[in-house]
Design a protein around this ligand. Sequence first.
Ligand SMILES: [Zn+2]
Length: 685
Amino acid sequence: MESREKILSRWLEDAREKVLYLQDIHIGIPTSEIEILEETLREAEDYLKSDRKSMALNRWKSFNGLFTEIENRCFSTLTPRQIDQISRSDQRPKTLEYAKYVFEDFDEIKGFDANSPDPAIVCGFARLERNDVMVIGHEKGRFTEHYRRGGSALPQGNLKAMRAMKLAEKFGVPVVTFVDTPGSWPLEEFLPAQQIAKNLQAQYLLKVPHVSVVIGEGGSGGALAIDVSDFRIMLDKAYYSVISVSGGAAIIASDKRHVTEEDLDRAALNLKITAHDALRLKIVDLVLQEPKIGVRRSDREFYTLVRDAIIEGLNIVKQRVYPFFLPHPKIENTWKLKRHQVRILLRKRIKRYGRIGTYHTSFMDKFKFVLGELYRIRWIHSIFAPLRVSLETIRKIKAKEEKSLLGAEEQPEALSFEDRWVECPNTSLHGCQDIWVPTLFEEYNGACPHCGYHFRLVIDHYINLLSDTGTFREFGKGIESINPLRFEGFTEKLKEAKRTTKRKCAMITGYALIDRQPAILILTDVRFRAGTLGSAEGEKFCRAVKRAMREKKPIVAVHQSGGARIEEGLLALMQMAKTSSALARFKQAGGYYISVNTDPTMAGVLASYASLGDFVLAEPNAQIGFAGIHVIEQTVKQKKPKNYQHAEMVMGRGGVDLVVSRGELKHTISRLLKLKKMKSTEEIY
Ligand SMILES: [Zn+2]
């Protein structure tokens, strides 16, 4: 039996940790109160040292009284900003602790080969009841473990996670991931965005159940890289967001140089980062209640809660694919799936992510979409396919007749070019001459005739540039961007974007002939809210992919985008998973996808569909990157050269297959399209 002294000193140790915790989380507890706590604790420790146990006990009791008072006052209703602060605490349990206390026999796999040593991601096999599971997670370690970069994974780390998932798949073992990262490490040298895109695609194809637990920070694409799961659990003092609160604050701040505390509070509130928000948006399946002040490493009972939640999650996933499943703790490997169950699992997974998003759609679009879905049912397909073929032929003949009648003015909205001169940015370097704007865009496709510098081209021009005259036929026009999270001030900005661009969202989808070869064109307009990816864009993209799959046409996509749409929060982040899984399925069915990255192709878009092309082309000097250059410089504390994110540099790193000048673009794409005729889509599912 423990002596009284030992028990008391253990209590005091815990109290000491609690004080450190309050100092660590910065949620606005008055310093004077923390000082009183500290003082009381010090007295108790002194009494214990001088062997006056009853006095020590007395002080400990008054410490507890004070602490409970603070707990009730400051922790009863926490603001999103406070939750954001708590989620970063050093005292929260990290992945390795969960791996040790939630599971039995956790064996860490340190690295698979020279390409994947990254201590920010840990993985290994463990036992859960009588089952093997693969545990993967971001590991922040203690604050002294700098080599883990606070859980910011390198692309190598994400590759390691992917390999671990593949290994789990080989043995039919379910995957449990723990998400706790402020975001991926943004150094462009090893292509972080491209690796995230690969992870998103691979996770859709994972043939075993996948349950994830968001235990602390759910930072954007870095989190999603291991979190395209079938069942998502989130602790109630963790956050999940498309951008860090400070990043969001910089966007909504009235004075961009001085972000105030108020801006930070507003950003946290507007971004809807808490677990309960995520539950309302149906992105999280289960929220786990933590102790009032937040879970700390020493809260051993909490691990049991997490364990039960994971087991429940895995049971639910199995029940989704096999409704007669009865969980039984004595049976070995109960979550193993049979072949046909795997097929259902993948179908459910794509549906799960396909549903995410809030947008408006017109009646005609809804009607056409339902028709399209019906057409996928095999017997309807076999009845209507001949009819469709003949309709298509009639349309082709008609299009041929119309072609001769169509004038240039009936092409999609032509641009009115200003009557002025521009200076090439390379003038000082190459001595280029000033160019008259109409000549620049009409004769030179927007490239400097002397040095080949590519000016940014408005997206409508790409339609003319790529498709044969008069063959572009738009569809999905009715899908419209809205402000689903009621983000402050966004409704007006959206209205303005719709008015100036005369579009309902940033994406344009349509049929086109490219050198007489049919294809589906997907274009993003950078003028519409920086071409960002939101719910409407994600949905439009996925519908175009579905259409391409149904009609066995290749996809050519031209990207001009700043990334995921901050104002749509988690909904926008999840569009990365949605578009990537739609593409994964398309490619699995033999689909052919060519991606053209123009200026700019950034962040969330680059970390999903822009990098998943069978061929990834880019325009000269286009900016292609994972994060803004200032963010990178601040995070890695290094100065980067001006051309750090230029297409040519990215090609040098292997992120782009070919840099093609605008004049050559159509020819190159047409050449690539000739390489492959689509296979039948019938063999899948
Ligand atoms: Zn020039």
